[in-house]
Design a protein around this ligand. Structure first.
Ligand SMILES: Nc1ncnc2c1ncn2[C@@H]1O[C@H](COP(=O)(O)OP(=O)(O)OP(=O)(O)O)[C@@H](O)[C@H]1O
Ligand SMILES: [Mg+2]
Length: 359
């Protein structure tokens, strides 16, 4: 059952539509990521949910409480919805304890104890007397989370909370925030334009584009069965090749591949993930040549040029652990089912489409 329900929310600024009918469902206690490119309306959506902006249309419901809808706009402070803004969130002149307590009602009993509990929740026990300037970026972010959790919100909204942190810190603060949120039992929405962050942190991911949620699902669903080719490209790395479906088989210049799901016969494109491209001895696969390698430490992405039947050269990316020198000759085999999308009128088909279609 969803705790937070956003239905058909629209919002225009000076007649320019920004939200164009957003639907979002977040189950109770879940952490949802709203993932989308810059300018697609993520912050606007959070501001509508928090009540800082009035929706032009649609409804926002938390539990059985209608917060926004036709003729209704509950004031932000009455929504029990907390927001952790992007950065600079802390009051610089207040101590950590002062910042966290700011969110508590004056009359709250055992304020000190509650502050200590919240700091423990975010892994900062004993930091009460520090000033924000004496904290690292990640610690500041965690204090901001503790402050947002202080009034015991039902829903907590986080707007790109990790974007100011460097790569090393990001992953660990992300994990801390995730476990603090789960421990608090709060239902949370995290806005990000970082697909890796969305996939690794959230229980459910909503992919947003041009003021709409184009797909929502678990990280696995979004990655493995993207709704369209643009989602496939946006979420994770994708190798996109021309492909024709006939009788449930995907025909490509790289060979006949099993289809993930179902599709009617037609011309279109298949999406391969780099981990589906396996390196094999030259004699056992399609011949390929290494164009370039991008090293990430834990693994590397290798750009290959595969020589397909009919002498078609196809760029393909795979993932490897070892080093592969440029120009090295290798063999390639494709494993696992592929997602396929029919050609849309405005798709430009890459070279090789004709060969695949007539295969
Ligand atoms: N108060 C406003 N008045 C007019 N236009 C606005 C206002 N707020 C946002 N917009 C416009 O709405 C669009 C969406 O903005 P929004 O801040 O929601 O995007 P975003 O997805 O959060 O982007 P980013 O990832 O860059 O933060 C942008 O084109 C922006 O210029
Ligand atoms: Mg934003």
């Amino acid at each position: 059952m969803s705790l937070l329900e956003v239905r058909g929310v629209t919002k225009a600024f000076d007649r320019t539509p920004v939200l164009q009918g957003v639907d979002l469902d977040v189950p109770s206690g879940a952490l949802a990521a709203v993932l989308g490119p810059s300018g697609c309306g993520k912050t606007t959506l959070l501001r509508v949910i928090a009540g800082f902006e009035r929706a032009s249309g649609g409804t926002v419901t938390v539990g059985d409480r209608l917060l926004a809808g036709p003729g209704r706009h509950v004031a932000p402070e009455r929504r029990r919805v907390a927001v952790v803004p992007q950065e600079g969130a802390l009051f610089p002149h207040l101590s950590v304890a002062g910042n966290v307590a700011y969110g508590l009602p004056r009359s709250a009993p055992r304020r000190d104890r509650r502050v200590a509990e919240l700091l423990e929740l975010v892994g900062l026990q004993g930091y009460e007397q520090r000033m924000p300037a004496e904290l690292s970026g990640g610690q500041q972010q965690r204090v901001a989370l503790a402050r947002a959790l202080a009034p015991d919100p039902v829903v907590i909204l986080l707007d790109e909370p990790f974007s100011a942190l460097d790569a090393g810190l990001r992953a660990s603060v992300r994990a801390d925030v995730r476990s603090a949120l789960h421990a608090s039992g709060a239902t949370a929405v995290l806005v990000t334009h970082d697909q890796e962050e969305a996939l690794s942190t959230a229980d459910v991911v909503a992919v947003m584009r041009d003021g709409r949620v184009v797909q929502a699902g678990t990280p696995q669903e979004i990655y493995r069965t993207p709704h369209d080719i643009d989602v496939a490209r946006f979420v994770g790395e994708a190798v996109i090749i021309p492909a024709t479906v006939r009788d449930g088989v995907v025909w490509t210049t790289l060979g006949a591949l099993p289809l993930a799901g179902a599709a009617a016969d037609g011309v279109g494109m298949a999406v391969l993930r780099p981990e589906q491209v396996i390196l094999v001895p030259e004699a056992d696969g399609l011949p390929a040549r290494v164009l370039d390698t991008v090293f990430y430490g834990h693994d590397a992405n290798v750009m290959l040029e595969v020589r397909c039947p009919g002498d078609v050269l196809m760029p393909v990316m795979c993932r490897t652990q070892g080093d592969l020198p440029r120009s090295e000759s290798v063999g390639v085999r494709i494993v696992g089912p592929v997602t396929w999308f029919p050609k849309r009128p405005y798709d430009v088909m890459p070279a090789g489409a004709q060969d695949a279609a007539s295969a």
